[in-house]
Ligand binder design. Structure first.
Ligand SMILES: Nc1ncnc2c1ncn2[C@@H]1O[C@H](COP(=O)(O)OP(=O)(O)OP(=O)(O)O)[C@@H](O)[C@H]1O
Ligand SMILES: [Mg+2]
Length: 299
């Protein structure tokens, strides 16, 4: 048996707690494992403030856990200190951010980012080699260098720009993408093209994807497994279909209601019919619905 790709063991994180200050328990006792050689779309769902981004930052080794361990291919992230090790980790685990317009400098042509990443992570020297890497990555996301060459971020749609961001994340040849609300800023009509891309990357490149969202319908359509978080804790976890068929937790029951009300096609047909599938125009958020108000605060 090879080592797991990613293993979270009892991860916790609290903020604050100084003199007379509330301590916020952002994440508490989260454990899950992604296996090596079994690429999957792993969705982390939860209402606003449930700890999803905090968890993502810990997986990206941008924030240290307060409790527990995160192992990537068997190595505890806390032991990654040397520049070469950090670089190797960044090569294997790449982020995709929420707002592509914030991820790119508005005054910089987007192709330049791809060349710089190709130079940094693949050692491609010279423009011709960098362009070849950029074009190859862009084809994986359904674009080409010819389409984006010389363009500024505002000259692309949100969906196109997010695909450029994903292409950039693919250049280092990652094994894992951590995508924190990658479609919530994207127009509804383009949203499914981006989420379906994750499935394609899983199937064609063998990349695993942690897909963080509060958009229950897209999470259901593209995920293999789902964990549902509330106030920093995992309240339900498992196979995406099972969670939907036999929901136990109120949040999962809402998940089923939202997916059913979207009148979905068979999941496999979703790709073709995405726009008509009734994926909500706004990210479906149960915040303020029948669930208890969020409160990650502990005295
Ligand atoms: N740097 C920080 N300092 C203090 N508190 C923080 C910090 N980052 C997050 N928190 C708190 O931790 C909790 C979890 O926040 P987090 O951003 O992880 O939630 P989220 O699930 O990503 O929410 P959203 O869906 O709104 O993005 C919240 O109560 C938040 O206020
Ligand atoms: Mg967040």
């Amino acid at each position: 048996m090879s080592l797991p790709l990613l293993e979270l063991r009892g991860i916790g994180k609290s903020y604050g707690g100084g003199w007379l200050r509330h301590r916020t328990r952002a994440v508490h006792d989260v454990s899950f494992t992604l296996e090596t050689g079994r690429p999957e779309v792993f969705a982390i769902i939860g209402e606003s403030g449930s700890g999803k981004s905090t968890l993502a930052r810990m997986i990206l080794n941008a924030t240290a856990p307060g409790e527990g361990q995160i192992l990537f291919r068997g190595r505890d992230l806390a032991t990654i200190r040397r520049a070469a090790d950090r670089r190797a980790f960044m090569q294997a685990v790449q982020p995709v951010f929420q707002n592509p317009f914030e991820a790119f400098n508005p005054l910089k042509r987007v192709d330049r980012y791809l060349y710089a990443t190709a130079h940094h992570f693949t050692g491609a020297q010279g423009r011709v080699a960098q362009e070849a890497k950029a074009d190859e990555a862009l084809h994986k996301v359904g674009l080409s260098l010819a389409e984006i060459r010389g363009r500024f971020p505002h000259e692309l749609s949100g969906g196109q720009l997010q695909r450029v961001a994903i292409a950039r994340a693919l250049i280092p040849g990652p094994a894992l993408l951590v995508a924190d609300e990658p479609v919530s800023m994207i127009d509804a009509s383009l949203r499914m093209t981006v989420v379906n891309l994750f499935r394609r990357l899983r199937d064609e490149l063998g990349v695993s994807i942690i897909y963080i969202t509060h958009d229950l319908a897209t999470a259901y359509y593209i995920s293999d497994r789902i964990i549902i978080m509330q106030r920093g804790e995992v309240v339900e976890a498992g196979d995406a279909r099972r969670v939907l068929m036999a929901p136990q937790h109120p949040y999962s029951i809402l998940l089923r209601a939202s997916v059913l009300s979207a009148d979905p096609p068979e999941a496999d047909a979703a790709e073709a019919d995405a726009a008509e599938a009734g994926v909500p125009a706004q990210p479906w958020s149960p915040a303020g619905a029948s669930l208890a108000a969020r409160s990650g605060d502990v005295p």
